[in-house]
Design a protein around this ligand. Structure first.
Ligand code: ZN
Ligand code: ZN
Length: 66
């Protein structure tokens, strides 16, 4: 059971901080935070253009594979 809980926690922490449903797979430049899924990264690029974790301005986005 311990292993399963471990696994669930890992999956939880790999979820997008904005929608909490998709896996995060976008790295924000220059802050380097990986906290968004592609859909939410697109949304933020159109709206606030700020990282939801540190609120630094997003210059660009990089697709990453975790
Ligand atoms: Zn998302
Ligand atoms: Zn950030």
């Amino acid at each position: 059971m311990h292993l399963l809980q471990e696994e669930l926690r890992k999956q939880e922490s790999s979820l997008c901080v904005a929608c909490q449903t998709s896996k995060k797979s976008i790295a924000l430049v220059p802050c380097g935070h990986v906290c968004l899924c592609p859909a939410c990264a697109d949304q933020i690029a159109l709206t606030t253009k700020k990282c939801p974790l540190c609120t630094r301005k997003i210059e660009s986005q990089l697709k990453v594979y975790l």
